[in-house]
Design a protein around this ligand. Sequence first.
Ligand SMILES: Cc1ncc(COP(=O)(O)O)c(C=O)c1O
Length: 405
Amino acid sequence: MRPDNFIYNEGRLFLENTSIETVVQEIPTPFFLYSNATIEASCEAYTSNIDSSDLVCYSVKANNNLNILKILVKKGLGFDVVSEGELKKVIKAGADPKRIVFSGVGKTFSELKLAADLGIYSINVESAFELEKIIKLETKPRISFRINPDMEGDTHPYIETGKADCKFGMSEEDALLLAKKFSNKDINLVGLTAHIGSQITDTNLYLDLLKKLQSLAEEMENLGHPIDHLDIGGGLAIDYEMQTSFDPSELVKKIKKETGKYDLLLEPGRSIIAQAGALVTEVIGIKENGQRKFIVVNAGMNDLMRPSLYNARHKIENISANEDGETYSIVGPVCETADSFGDDFVISAKEGDNLIIYSAGAYGSSMGSNYNLRLRPSEILVSGTEFSTIRKAESFEDTLKLEDF
Ligand SMILES: Cc1ncc(COP(=O)(O)O)c(C=O)c1O
C-alpha cells in the first residue's frame, strides 16, 4: 500500500497523472511534493460530516506553506494557530478570523492582543496567568479553557500532550476554580478544549474526551458561562508504514452522534496533510561499513526530522524501480549519527536514482532547519498532469541576508 494518488505505472511512479521522473528532470532534489487531490479529499473527509456551525480548524504547525493554506481556505477550513507568525500567515492566506483558534502554552501579551483585536473565534487559555493577561486587554475576546484531560494515547512520549503532568492545559479542578472566580462579566468563556496527543489510533478516546468536556461544560454553564462549543483537538493517526488507514470521516460521524447541543470543533493537522506530501531525494552514493550497507541520500534530518526525533519510520521507494533489492540503511549527509531514515529497507537503488520518502507532508517542511548550513528545499504541488512550485528552494544568499549587513 502507498498513500492515495501515488501509483506505479510500468515501474515508474506517478503522483496523480504526473510522472515524478518528469518533475525530477526540472526541479533539483531534494524537494517536497504534494498532491492537490489528496489535500482536497482529506479536507472533505472532515467537512462533509459536520454541521455548518461546527468548525474544522487545521493545525497550522503541521505545514504552514502559504499556498497550501490557500487551498484549505477554499475548502472551508478554519485554522488552529500557536504563534503570531502562524496567525499572520493564515490571515495572509485569506482566512476569516472568525474561523481561527489560538492554542499554545506560552502566548505573549502582544500575541493575545493581536488575536483579540482580530476578533478570532477563540483564544484557548492554558493557565491562570494567561487569563490574567486576557483580563487586562481592552476587549473581551471569546475564550475557551484548555483542559488537560489526563488521558494516555499510546503514542511517542514527545507527542503525548494530554497527561496530568505535562505542560499543556489545566486540570478540570483548576478550570472550575477559574470559572468560579471570574463571572461572565469579567470574561467571555464560550468553550472548552483539549488535545489528547498525536498519532491517536483508538477513536474511542475521543468519545471519552467528549463526555468529560460535556459534563464540565454543564458545570460552567451553571456558573453562568455561555458555553457554545467543545473542541476535541486533533491527533488522529496516519499509518506511516502504510499497513492500514484511519478514516477521518468515520471518526467525525462517530463524534457527531454524541456532540449534543454544543458546536463541535476539531483541530486536525497530520491527518489533513501528511499523506498528501512526500520528500524526493537523490542517492548520492552507496557504501558498506561493518555488517551494514548504506544508501546515502541528499535529504537529511534538517529536511525531515521525524525519523531522528521520534524514531519514526517512513515508507521509502525508488521512483523508477518498483522492485525488491538488497537490505540497506538509508541515511542523510548531516554530520549526526541520528541523521538516518532507518535500517533494513529492502530496496533496489544505485547512485543517481531518486527515492521517495512518503507521508512527509506533515511535520516535514514546517520542522525543517538549516542545520549544517543546508538549504531548505523547494515545495512542489501536483494537480493532475500539472505541477508548480509553491515554495522556492532557498539559496545560499538567503541564508546570509540576516547576518551580512
Ligand atoms: C493543541 C493541538 N491541536 C492540534 C494538534 C494537531 O495534531 P495532529 O497534527 O496530530 O492532528 C496539536 C499537535 O501538537 C496540538 O498540540
